[in-house]
Design a binder for this molecule. Structure first.
Ligand code: ADP
Ligand code: ADP
Length: 232
């Protein structure tokens, strides 16, 4: 099945003389287990698209389906978006944005507790995730004690905490060197394949594109599928 489906998403900012058509009839279907890269120059509409499917910045028109469920039709929401986001979506940003006075473990636990986990269940799940992402040995450290790549792994653990069916990442490797950047991209592919999540990564980073199943290019608000790599 599909993790994400969009139908002819259009976004217009402003009106009259200041009108900007940031996204035009954008259509993308992402299967469960598929990892997609969205490329394109600055100002081409990538953030507009990502925040539309992230249920943060609704489109002007068009429909968004998550896990087969119609969630948005233009700015009309068919569910409580905030609750839906917390339950089904995971976000990773350019910077890890960890809470500086909480340990790596606590940063992941809090995402679980906000969603109703007990402290005990949160601790077990958070530790399991840090181990899975290769930073279990840094669980007790504050973010300032971790490298950029380690911090980003903790941020990915936090995004995965509530078993989201969709992971959205905005330039997640921008602050990393190419080796660490590649590791984080490989992690997204692994997560998509192992957890059957649909993953969309907006990136300028052309060094690790081989890890993606599908590449899309956005230009002047229009999305085109660039290529399809058949997973073996
Ligand atoms: P990208 O993420 O590819 O850099 P964006 O989605 O941020 O592209 O922007 C696409 C276009 O929409 C750009 O022309 C940008 O200036 C415009 N835009 C983005 N956000 C706003 C906004 N809040 N108000 C007006 N114009 C915006
Ligand atoms: P919380 O109340 O815990 O921040 P939300 O449901 O408001 O949770 O948001 C869910 C996710 O969406 C969070 O990871 C948050 O960082 C992201 N998010 C919410 N609003 C915005 C926004 N305006 N821009 C970018 N990301 C956002």
């Amino acid at each position: 099945g599909f993790a994400i489906q969009t139908e002819i998403l259009t976004k217009v900012y402003g009106s009259g003389n200041t009108e900007v058509v940031a996204m035009q009839e954008a259509t993308m279907n992402v299967s469960r287990g598929e990892v997609v890269a969205l490329l394109g120059p600055s100002g081409s509409g990538k953030s507009t698209f990502l925040t539309a499917i992230g249920l943060i910045n609704p489109p002007t028109s068009g429909r968004v389906f998550i896990g087969g469920q119609l969630v948005l039709e233009g700015s009309r929401a068919y569910t409580n978006l905030r609750a839906f986001r917390r339950k089904h979506l995971g976000f990773v940003f350019q910077k890890a944005n960890l809470i500086p006075f909480l340990s790596a473990l606590e940063n992941v636990e809090i995402a679980l507790e906000i969603n109703g986990s007990s402290h005990r269940a949160a601790r077990i799940r958070a530790m399991e995730l840090l181990d899975y992402l290769g930073v279990g040995d840094r669980a007790e450290n504050l973010p300032s004690m971790l490298s950029g790549g380690q911090q980003q792994r903790v941020a990915v653990a936090r995004a995965l905490a509530n078993h989201p069916s969709v992971i959205l990442a905005d330039e997640p490797t921008a602050a990393l060197d190419s080796q660490r950047g590649r590791q984080v991209m490989e992690l997204f592919a692994q997560i998509a394949h192992e957890q059957s999540a649909g993953v969309v990564v907006v990136t300028h980073d052309h060094r690790a594109l081989d890890v993606f199943d599908t590449l899309y290019e956005m230009e002047d608000g229009v999305i085109r599928k660039q290529s399809e790599v058949v997973a073996s």
